[in-house]
Design a protein around this ligand. Structure first.
Ligand code: ADP
Length: 557
């Protein structure tokens, strides 16, 4: 029978084992002390021991006598007994230290207890799986004055997919493990790593995995809290955070939603946010990369970030974490189905969950397991996934999963862009139904031909929709914006238009001219677009090599 406990298996935590062992040790210690503490006896009992010859030794301790009989200690007031009579039976020692020994033992016990409490209190909190804490508990913890690190038991194995991200972070892990190795060689590590990506793709999880792999404490703070909760104290909080992290170094500071603090200044200014941001900048500049503190920040709105935060020496390393592609989704689903009895076609579920983030997939698996349980089944099957898919999507409106029709539209739209890029010599690595990235990101200069090519790429989708389906869709919004921006800059700022003193009309004319050119090109590319769209529908993803292969296949008949 499938049990609820199987749905989320609590992990075995190394730290909880240490705490449990310490508690057992303290208990044993207490029992040992109580067992060896002398118990009071009456004169009658004493006499019985004396007459039976059961007394093994005796120690005078101030006004009392401690005797050992039948392997236990007893205490009796000195004036109640005859010391000379006792002396005839056993050796009577005089010890003024007896009390002192007890005092020392008790002090030692207190020291052990205090050590365990101080050292492991934060760990006890973490052992309760931080990500499952209720929101109010999170809030309570964050408003409490104490900044405490958590110790992460998450490793890279718990993060599915995103191989490139992991390989970028391995170096940071090594640095946190051996900061001196790097400082000895004079190697400066980046102080800050900025993770950029939509919500739920695992940015926090990745940061925790870095801490877990390096086995260093992890300080979590949400950018929004600085501004909303610590009203008037954001800057102070930042200062305390860094000072605490340095005390615990090597350590990781993780600032979630950093854009809340580092929102571009201007517009609706907030003194509070500005003070917090300035403090953050001061702290980032003030600590040495050799101090062993690495700041990892996450945002899904890099375009909203204050430029000062992005300036060199602060968040020098940027890591883009995208929505999981089909193979990532496969891995994520496998992780969450591990240890559960199922007959699920993981490949099928992965294919039908385009647009699901890692967080949504985790929820989906959990809901499917609950569905199986509700229907009295021990094994989770494909139907459980079908039954709950819509619920997960409805519950998370921002995750838009694509219908078959939407997939077809996206496939044509994206294919047209990729083929246009290949035709115009615009660089790209891969395209998917939802994502693409065109143009070299690391060049210093762009030529007029590059810019014209980019405009053609961003107009290709809308032109293809018009020509092939006779309908237009809202998916063109972003591309049109980019095309307009490039055209405006080309004409107005770079002087690449017909006139040095251009007008808006010239930008408009340029865009219209390019649009008709693109229409002509798209018309000639229809067989390639059809073939690539079919490939994208099946694989959801096409590398540049796939695109070239499809072009060659069509051209060779
Ligand atoms: P973000 O910080 O990007 O908003 P989180 O790290 O908070 O996302 O992800 C939320 C949850 O989603 C994680 O705790 C985990 O359960 C799941 N998750 C997201 N991405 C992945 C992934 N790549 N592998 C495994 N689980 C993931």
């Amino acid at each position: 029978m499938l049990k609820f406990s199987q749905i989320k298996l609590p992990k075995f935590n190394k730290k909880s084992a240490i705490i449990a062992a310490s508690i057992v040790l303290v208990l044993l210690f207490v029992i040992a002390i109580f067992r060896s503490m002398p118990s009071k006896i009456t004169l009658l009992e004493y006499d019985n021991f004396l007459q039976a010859g059961a007394i093994q030794n005796a120690i005078i301790d101030g006004d009392s006598v401690i005797i050992k009989a039948l392997n236990r200690s007893y205490i009796i007031p000195k004036e109640m007994i005859s010391l000379s009579e006792l002396g005839q039976r056993v050796a009577v020692e005089s010890s003024g230290d007896g009390g002192l020994i007890w005092v020392i033992l008790i002090l030692m016990l207190l020291a052990v207890v205090a050590f365990v409490v101080i050292k492991f209190t934060p760990l006890i909190k973490v052992a309760k799986k931080p990500q499952e804490k209720s929101e109010s508990a999170n809030l309570l913890e964050s408003v409490s004055n104490q900044i405490t690190p958590v110790v992460s038991d998450i490793s890279f194995n718990d993060v599915a997919g995103i191989k490139d991200v992991k390989s970028e972070l391995i170096e940071i892990v090594d640095f946190l493990k051996n900061p001196t190795k790097y400082s000895n060689l004079g190697i400066k590590m980046p102080k800050g790593v900025l993770m950029v990506g939509p919500p739920g793709v695992g940015k926090t999880l990745i940061a925790k995995a870095v801490a877990g792999e390096a086995n260093v404490p992890f300080f979590y703070q949400s950018g929004a809290n600085f501004v909303q909760i610590y009203a008037g104290m954001g800057a102070k909080r930042v200062r305390e955070l860094f000072s605490m992290a340095k005390t615990y170094a090597p350590s990781i500071i993780f600032i979630d939603e950093i854009d809340a603090v580092g929102k571009a200044r201007g517009g609706n200014r907030s003194d509070e946010r500005e003070a917090t941001l300035n403090q953050l900048l001061t702290e980032m500049d003030g600590f040495l990369s050799s101090s062993g503190v690495v700041v990892i920040a996450a945002t899904n709105k890099i375009e909203m970030m204050d430029e000062a935060l992005l300036r060199s020496g602060r968040f020098d390393r940027r890591i883009f974490v995208g929505m999981p592609d089909i193979s990532d989704r496969n891995d994520i689903l496998s992780i969450y189905l591990q240890g559960k009895r199922h007959s699920v076609d993981i490949g099928f579920v992965a294919r039908s969950t385009t647009g699901f983030s890692g967080a949504a997939l985790a929820t989906l698996v959990n809901e499917a397991a609950i569905n199986a349980l509700r229907n009295g089944r021990e094994i989770i099957n494909n139907d459980d996934f079908k039954a709950v898919e819509n619920r997960v999507i409805d519950g998370k409106k921002h995750l838009h999963s694509l219908s078959q029709n939407e997939k077809q539209i996206q496939a044509i739209y994206q294919s047209a862009k990729a083929l246009m890029a290949e035709f115009c010599g615009i660089n790209f690595n891969q395209i998917s139904l939802l994502n693409d990235k065109f143009g070299a990101s690391d060049t210093f200069l762009s030529s007029k031909s590059d810019l014209l090519g980019l405009i053609k790429v961003h107009l290709a989708g809308i032109c293809a929709m018009n020509l092939i389906t006779g309908e237009l869709y809202t998916n063109s919004k972003n591309d049109i914006k980019i095309a307009k921006n490039i055209a405006r800059e080309l004409v107005m700022e770079y002087g690449m238009g017909d006139r040095i003193m251009p007008s808006d009309d010239e930008t408009r004319e340029l865009l219209e001219r390019i649009r008709s050119e693109v229409n002509g090109l798209i018309d000639k590319m229809r067989s390639e677009i059809d073939a690539l769209a079919k490939f994208l529908l099946e694989n959801e993803l096409a590398s540049r090599a796939d695109v070239i292969m499809i072009i060659q296949r069509i051209n060779n008949g």
